[in-house]
Design a protein. Sequence first.
Length: 207
Amino acid sequence: MESWLNTFALALGIFIAETCVVTLSTVRTILISRHQRLLAPLLGVVEITLWLLAITQVMRNISSPIYFAAFVAGFGMGNYLGVCVEDRMALGYAVVQVITRKDPIILVRAFRESGFGITRLDGHGVMGPVHLLFSVVPRAKLPQVNRLIETHDPEAFYTVDELRRIRRGFVPQAMVFPFWPARKSSPTCSATVLPSEQPAEVLKKIS
């Protein structure tokens, strides 16, 4: 009985350690892409330490399949939790692109009253003249932006692109990362934004 409990405890420890390793790896990758030069290496140290502890126990008990199963299960769970943590952190900024055939004045006013900068352009689509609206917002504010669009123009088509870097322009004062505030910028300056290489995705409705 005691031997079985020891085996279960060790397998559980391997599972938890590998789960933390993969979750931290996901967060560390995000921090690297956000140029967080301090936190990314610190998480890397913790990550590799936990990985060494887990893989050492697996190699010491290489004849027991339960430890392999715990390691593999932890890897899968870590990927799932990593995605969940990334969604909760919502680091960085995104550019929201709205295409509407209606008068955009109400939507533009709603964005500005909520503290978001917005740029309006006129275009021409398959069905005739359209209005294009662009706004750079913190990713954490995307649910609020979604509600604004659905409330004031529920028939509008809109997409979201993640941004890698922002230079100048009017950007709401938000946190690029919870411990580092965004740089203040003048609303009268022009903006230069560099989108990431990820394809645009349609902003899903958030209930």
